[in-house]
Design a protein around this ligand. Structure first.
Ligand code: F0G
Length: 355
C-alpha cells in the first residue's frame, strides 16, 4: 500500500488487536515505517549477515512509542478517561502528549530532571502537556506515576498499560509483511523492556495466525551503565549517554527474560563508546540518523559479529527506536566541529582543496 493511502495503524491490524466495534480511533497515521536494507554496513561487519533496520524514527512523533500510544489513547477515550499521565525518559512523554492533544485529553509527563534530550522536551511542551521534572531518575518517576494512578482517576500510559504493548506488536507484523517471513535474528535496545516484550508477542501472534513459519531469536541490548537484566539486579543509579534507556529497574523485566529464553536469544550490554560508534556508522555509511539508544541494537550486532556469534548466513532486523534529531546536542558533541570561514569564494575553495 502506498504511503499516501495509509490507514490508522490500529485499523490496519485490527483483527490482531483488542478493538471493539465502538473503539474510537485516535491516530496520527503512525506505523508503516521503512525496513531499510543496509548493504554497506552489512559488508563492513560480517560476511554472514544481511542487516536491515526498521526506522521507527519515521513515526509521527519520531519514535516507536506512537504504535502503543495510538492504542492506549484510543482505549482511554473509549473508557471515558479525561486525563493521562506517564513517566518518561522523553519519547513516551512526547507521544503521550501528542496523542492526548489529538484526543482532547489533559496530559501530564514526569521526567528525570536534566536527563531528557532536548527534542523530546520540546515536543511535550509544544503539545501542551503539563511537564514536571523531578529530582530523581526514570525509575523514581515511574513510582510517582504508579502512586498517582492508584489514587486518582487518571489513565497511566506507560507500558504497564497493556494496550501499549498490544499496539507495539504491530512492529513485528510490519516486519513480517515486508520480508515475507520473520528474520532469523531480531535486535533491539532494552530499557523498560516493553518493546522487546511487544515484539516477541507480535511474532508469536503472527505465527499462531499462520502468517509466518518460524520465530526469530531475540537479541536485546542494554547500555553498560544501565544493564540490570544483564547484571541480574536493579541498578540504583543507572548511567549512560543513551538517556532513553537510562533505566535501572525495568517494569517488564520478567517478560524480557521470557522473550530471550523462549526464543533462544540473549540480552547483553554495549558500552557508550560502542553505541556512539554504531550511531555514527549508521549515519555516515547508510544515511540513517537514529538516536543513541536506538544504535544499541546495531552496536550489539556489531559486537556479536566480532565475537563470531553469527556462524550461518542469516538476516537480522535491528530496531532503530527513535530519530537522531531527538538528541541534536549529543550528535554535535560526537562529531568534528564545523569550519568557519570568511564570506569568500577563495577561502571556501581553498578549504575544499580546490586551489
Ligand atoms: N529506544 C528509545 C529511543 C526509547 O525511547 C526507549 C524507551 C527504548 C529504546 C527502550 O524501550 O523501554 O520498551 O525497553 N523509552 C521510554 C520512554 C522509557 O520513556 O520514552 P523499552
Amino acid at each position: 500500500m502506498s504511503r499516501f493511502k495509509r490507514m490508522p495503524l490500529i485499523e490496519r491490524y485490527r483483527e490482531y488487536l483488542p478493538m471493539d466495534e465502538n473503539t474510537p480511533v485516535v491516530s496520527l497515521y503512525e506505523g508503516y515505517t521503512p525496513l531499510v536494507k543496509l548493504p554497506r554496513l552489512s559488508a563492513k561487519i560480517s560476511d554472514k549477515l544481511t542487516v536491515y533496520v526498521k526506522f521507527e524514527g519515521m513515526n509521527p512523533t519520531g519514535s516507536f512509542k506512537d504504535r502503543g500510544m495510538t492504542m492506549a489513547i484510543s482505549k482511554a477515550v473509549e473508557a471515558g478517561s479525561k486525563a493521562t499521565i506517564c513517566a518518561s525518559t522523553g519519547n513516551t512523554a512526547a507521544s503521550a502528549a501528542a496523542y492526548s492533544a489529538r484526543a482532547g485529553l489533559v496530559c501530564a509527563v514526569i521526567l528525570p530532571k536534566g536527563e531528557v534530550a532536548l527534542g523530546k522536551v520540546s515536543q511535550s511542551m509544544m503539545h501542551g502537556a503539563k511537564v514536571i521534572a523531578i529530582d530523581g531518575n526514570f525509575d523514581d518517576a515511574l513510582n510517582i506515576v504508579k502512586g498517582i494512578t492508584e489514587n486518582y482517576p487518571i489513565t497511566l500510559v506507560n507500558s504497564l498499560n497493556p494496550f501499549r504493548i498490544e499496539g507495539q506488536k504491530t512492529g513485528a507484523f510490519e516486519i513480517c509483511d515486508d520480508l515475507g517471513h520473520a528474520p532469523v535474528y531480531h535486535a533491539i535496545p532494552v530499557g523498560n523492556a516493553g518493546n522487546i516484550t511487544a515484539y516477541w508477542a507480535g511474532y508469536k501472534a503472527y505465527k499462531e495466525a499462520g502468517k509466518i513459519d518460524a520465530l526469530p531469536k531475540m537479541l536485546g541490548f542494554q547500555a553498560a551503565g544501565s544493564a540490570p537484566i544483564v547484571e541480574g539486579h536493579p541498578i540504583e543509579f543507572p548511567e549512560t549517554i543513551a538517556t532513553a534507556i537510562r533505566i535501572g529497574n525495568p517494569a517488564s523485566w520478567k517478560r524480557a527474560e521470557a522473550a530471550r529464553d523462549e526464543s533462544g536469544g540473549l540480552i547483553e550490554k554495549v558500552t557508550d563508546e560502542e553505541i556512539t560508534e554504531a550511531q555514527k556508522l549508521l549515519a555516515a555509511t547508510e544515511g540513517v540518523f537514529c538516536e543513541p539508544a536506538s544504535a544499541a541494537s546495531v552496536a550489539g550486532v556489531i559486537k556479536k559479529a566480532k565475537e563470531g556469534f553469527f556462524t550461518e548466513k542469516s538476516d537480522v532486523v535491528c530496531i532503530l527506536t527513535g530519530h537522531g534529531l531527538k538528541d541534536p546536542q549529543r550528535a554535535i558533541k560526537i562529531c568534528d566541529p564545523f569550519i568557519e570561514l570568511p564570506n569568500s569564494i577563495d577561502a571556501v575553495a581553498e578549504e575544499m582543496g580546490l586551489k
